[in-house]
Design a protein around this ligand. Structure first.
Ligand code: ATP
Ligand code: MG
Length: 278
């Protein structure tokens, strides 16, 4: 078991270290002085109310938006990483993806396959394998705009997987999946399937950071949880420390309680009886 609270100097070469990060848009600080560590081999979930800065924080750790403070990925300062090393180290699933052209599914996923996968057969094989992994085997020739919302979300995940296929390339640092609401458009079976896929990536040595809204799914799959509120870190810790009704109720300004599960099942988080929905 990896200790999620070890200091950044220990094992920084296999960690995402976020140190006093502030992200400002114009003169407004949208993410304020946030620090946390994620470790390869684990799933870190970022939760918190809508508008609390989760996506903005994900953009910062992905290297897609400027930040104050410091972010290290596998020991390298994000500011010093060029686009190619960064693309090799982490794949990013954005919260929403718009594609203006009528591409096929294989063409969309092909955008993620790195250039070193040189032969047409190798590229096609990786695309097919990725589609199988997200439960869309045989979708290669389908037209992207005609897919359902949940199918498009899984195709985008397949594209990201293709980019960082091996969680730990031989002799190299671990790779990372940065997923912003990866299961928001999916039915319950596919939510579990995709979260299991992310957990498997971590179990094979990669790092996973996922923004989540579903608290019960988060409890089921996250090793460590960062709670955001109004641009700040409200809490950070192992799942069992975070899944306390008082803390979650404070995070969401909404009364929540834990209901014990049947034997062997984990408790579930539900609104408190008498909660006001206004
Ligand atoms: N480019 C921008 N210009 C102005 N305000 C922005 C910009 N990007 C984000 N914001 C604001 O910053 C806050 C945080 O946005 P962010 O997208 O990070 O929230 P979030 O936690 O991901 O929310 P959700 O759960 O709804 O996706 C919001 O109030 C949003 O309106
Ligand atoms: Mg968001």
């Amino acid at each position: 078991m990896i200790d999620p609270f070890r200091q950044p100097s220990q094992g920084r070469d296999t960690a995402l270290a976020v140190e006093n990060v502030t992200v400002s848009i114009g003169r407004v600080a949208i993410v304020r002085d946030v620090s946390f560590h994620a470790h390869a081999g684990q799933v870190l979930a970022i939760i918190g109310p809508s508008g609390s800065g989760k996506t903005t924080l994900m953009k910062a750790i992905s290297g897609d938006i400027a930040h104050d403070g410091r972010i290290f990925l596998n020991g390298a300062d994000l500011r010093g990483l060029g686009p190619e090393p960064l693309a090799d180290m982490r794949g990013v699933l954005p919260q929403s993806s718009q594609i203006a052209f009528p591409l096929t599914v294989a063409e969309v996923i092909g955008l993620g396959v790195p250039g070193h996968v040189a032969t047409r057969n190798a590229r096609a094989a990786r695309i097919s394998d990725a589609l199988e992994k997200v439960g869309l085997g045989g979708f290669e020739g389908r037209s992207w705009p005609d897919l359902s919302g949940g199918e498009q979300q899984r195709v985008q995940l397949a594209r990201v997987l293709c980019q960082v296929w091996e969680p730990v390339p031989e002799g190299a640092s671990p790779r990372w999946l940065f997923l912003d609401e990866p299961v928001s458009s999916l039915d319950i079976k596919h939510q579990y399937q995709i979260m299991a896929l992310a957990a498997d990536y971590a179990a094979r040595g990669g790092g996973v950071v996922a923004v989540m809204h579903d608290l019960n799914l988060t409890a089921a799959f996250a090793d460590t949880v960062l709670v955001m509120k109004q641009g700040r870190r409200l809490a950070f810790g192992a799942g069992e420390e975070i899944f306390r009704p008082e803390l979650l109720s404070r995070a969401y300004d909404f009364p929540l309680r834990l209901v014990p599960g049947a034997a062997g099942d984990r408790p579930v988080i539900v609104p408190s009886a008498g909660a006001s929905f206004s």
